[in-house]
Design a protein. Sequence first.
Length: 633
Amino acid sequence: MNLHQLVSDLIVDTKGSPNASFLSIVPDSSLAVFLPELIICATILLMLLVRLFNIGRKLNAGYIALAGSLVALYFAAPGNLFSLPTGEGQIDPSAIARMEIFTGMLVYDGFSVYVRAALLLFVALFVVFTWLTGIPDLEDGPDIYTLVLGSTLGLCLMASANHLLTIFLAVEMASVPSYVLAGLLKGRRTASEAALKYAVYGAGAAGVMLYGISLLAGLLNTAHLPTMAQTLAERIGDGPHFSGSELMVLALGGLMMSVGLAFKLSAFPFHFWCPDVFEGATAEVNAFLSVASKAGALALLVRVTIGLGLLSPPGVAPGERTANWKPTETATAPGTVSNGAVDAAKYQVAFQAAEKAAETKPAETAAAPTESVNPAVAPLVEKSPSALRADGNAALSSIRWFIARLVAFFAIVTCTFGNLAAYGQNNIKRLFAYSTIAHAGYMMMPVAAVMVLGAVRPEGAERAIAALAIYIAVYLFMNLGAFAVVAFLRNAMRSEDLADYAGLIKRCPLTVICFSLILFSLVGLPPLSGFIGKFAIFASLVEAYQFAGKDGFFLLVMIVIGGLNTAISLFYYLRVVKIMTIDEEPRDRRPFIFSDVSLASAFLWLITLPTAALMINWEGLNRLALAAASQLF
């Protein structure tokens, strides 16, 4: 491939047409579907200019951040996503075309649209939340909102990552601003310690993850997730099998990569940073870390597990926008890392040729390669696309079971440790830190079910991903509401000790009611929205166990331990409610005023309403979640 051809291919992939003018963008091009991220970048640039010219005291940077996040949300959640339901329980997955963008580095589909919209909705609510609490102030606003949006950009990329290098860059882009946010309160020793611990743990996890990525890319000669899965299927199936040392490197690389994911999820035993950081950082930052970071990390976990455990469906390469474009293919020398875009295009050509052959020839001859297919991909068209995927997914069965058991182990120990450790906490932020750890364990559970069902019962795997998507949406409101209460009461009482919450029902009854509803929803009690999320997760585990039988005993263990942990969590959440409603006010508590009729209370009720009322009509969210999962299998 010469330089001219390379530049032409990049222009076509990015803008959609080699003849497009500089400012024109084809609707289905990479830039068009990447527009929300570009809006975030423009907002960051604008706030940096506000800081550079020192006009932050005259212009509240929060207005810019809110406007940018709302505009990005508008383009991130297009109307066709919300018009996906075509009937009762029916989804039209073609409304959003799944395609790889930017030469295969990212993937655009319903799942990325869903997670991206959830992240941007949270950021918009988060900005309003910070206005009401007064942190950050006008002077620090441009810096803080720049860091928040920069981290959000990384989280959006994590939800769309399709390449190991993109994964690492996205994780670091999301993590580095978070280290600074943890030390937001200048001059406080606990805040400085929180930032330092977070940065040290993060650097260690990033180093281990990068080393694991290098091992996987070196062994498989590619860093493109669909091509890695294809290579694994060929090596495990009919190709040259892995030697014993290669299997050790493969397992070691996968485990080292899981360290980085576990760190972002604060999964046991890589959770040590979480309680100390949550105690030292502000409640506002804790809300961001517990909701946005978890959503991005869970989306990345889904991308990695499905990307390595299942072959990508036909059409994953750029679609109609490049239907007439065929990139020049070059052979990949042994021992070198292949180009993900070329590999994706190669398999796309094979699938298209096989589909044409199946339509125009009898079944017994449809698999014969045609002259129009590049000889390098001729072996791929000896079977129909569905048969190719079935054979490849069958070969990847051992990989999926390994991933399923690994994720199940992390999920079980994480939710158990988080719930048990929350019992002895006297600081409300440390209690919610362990609560966040426990909920990370719950949200990892459906990923194990996906690995069991993905190749043999895709509709069941879609329901498992939909359960995770529902829980992400529910968790957004639950945890944002919880930390909003903590922040508002901190401003009023100047305390975050749980003992100082005693007797709050007499001072601010409406706030206590909201907080209690949120806590009961975190437990998963009906008829609150937390029950919907946990019910969907456990239902996906039951379906996976019924299918797997004895081989899926670990799924039964997850169901039992998940139920026990739900019962355990009831006690420490009820302890908070009991302190607020039954215990007497401490005599040494300083007087404070917190009105139930204020903008802060209105915001709290706005956040609590979905938590309390979502179960009344949750079918719309369920359909959106199913639509988000419909193109993954």
